[in-house]
Design a protein around this ligand. Structure first.
Ligand SMILES: [Zn+2]
Ligand SMILES: [Zn+2]
Length: 252
């Protein structure tokens, strides 16, 4: 299984997951031109996409979904809540997904997992193929028992470390936005991400990608300070950034 990112952060997200000839794009928060450019950088054309999967209706995840889907006639999987938000309902073909109900796209088995986040019906995903499991986990304000249950025993994990609590509080966001981001339905802070990492099974974990990092309220040194103590010996740490995402990684 191979994974790459078109970009990660509050200005646009997109993650490619590929196994043999099956390829999905999870979220698309970029314009059509920008998406094509970013796909091209990873050696992929939009015609190759078997599906677009949407985690939730916030614009950094869905603003480019409709146009990409219609232009290339790609089916779009999302929860009913995401669909009825009408933020990305104008798609080529809508296919409804439900938390904890796995579905197949080619060789890839995707399991939506409901997460605490301030959207209608947000889901993050565990993707399995060829005996390997990859988890995509961003945009959640707190770690629930359900998340803990599904995001364990993974071979690869893309994990949100959104903000440093002190930098957020000292920063320029208005008080209401600070409360939203820091709240249980907002985004994971470095400490929460570190704690989560410290409590999951690392036995098979090969790659941990730090993602959805706030450009204003975080710093790589703060991320490392909070997460490094919780790394196992064998897994590789990677960063997903806003401009570049990250290049293909392989799980085996
Ligand atoms: Zn987001
Ligand atoms: Zn969000």
């Amino acid at each position: 299984m191979r994974i790459a990112s078109l970009g990660s952060g509050s200005r646009g997200n997109g993650t490619l997951v590929k196994f043999e000839d099956s390829l999905v794009l999870i979220d698309c928060g970029f314009s059509l031109k920008e998406t094509e450019r970013r796909l091209d950088r990873h050696g992929v054309s939009a015609q190759q996409l078997d599906a677009i999967v949407v985690t939730h209706e916030h614009s950094d995840h869905c603003s480019g979904v409709g146009r990409l889907s219609r232009r290339y006639q790609i089916p779009v999987y999302m929860s009913h809540g995401t669909y009825v938000s009408e933020r990305c309902s104008d798609v080529h073909e809508y296919r409804m997904v439900c938390s904890e109900k796995p579905f197949m796209v080619g060789e890839l088995e995707l399991t939506p997992v409901a997460v605490p986040h301030d959207a209608r019906e947000p889901c993050q995903f565990v993707i399995a193929a060829g005996g390997l499991r990859f988890g995509l986990l961003t945009d959640l304000g707190s770690v629930s028992a359900l998340v803990r249950q599904y995001f364990s025993g993974l071979h690869g994990l893309l994990l949100e470390a959104n903000h440093d609590t002190e930098l957020l509080q000292a920063g320029s966001y208005p008080p209401s936005l600070k409360r939203r981001v820091a709240g249980d339905w907002g985004h994971l802070n470095n400490h929460q991400a570190g704690h989560f990492l410290g409590t999951i099974d690392h036995e098979h974990l090969q790659h941990v990608v730090i993602a959805h990092i706030s450009e204003k309220n975080n710093h790589p040194s703060a991320v490392l300070a909070a997460l490094e103590p919780h790394f196992g010996r064998s897994e590789e740490l990677l960063w997903a950034n806003q401009e570049e995402g990250f290049d293909w990684i392989s799980l085996h």
